[in-house]
Design a protein around this ligand. Sequence first.
Ligand SMILES: [Zn+2]
Length: 114
Amino acid sequence: MELEYFKNLLLDRKKQIEKNILETSSELEELKNIEVNDDGDYASICTDNMIDNAINEKQIKELNEIEEALKKIEDGTYGVCEMCGEPIRKLRLKVKPYAKYCIVCREIMEKEPK
Ligand SMILES: [Zn+2]
């Protein structure tokens, strides 16, 4: 069953991201407990924090997209482009199982200035 295949892809990815987020946040907790004595250390911890936050934000966004895709599988609307209503190519879904748009619409959206 193809839908089952994509569902598993999504669930695997979801698990992986949740694990990453959990690991990052426990590292952040540890950092908070470290006593900072000189300015140099503090600066490097700040930079690391910012990088971790950026990674987390990206992963949380991806996690939301995965949740949406999983809902679509339940609704039976999975794999359909949200813009034109055409089915998204299987090859694209294999690379990005939570894709919302077909390649054509994706390209149009990327060209449009925001
Ligand atoms: Zn489309």
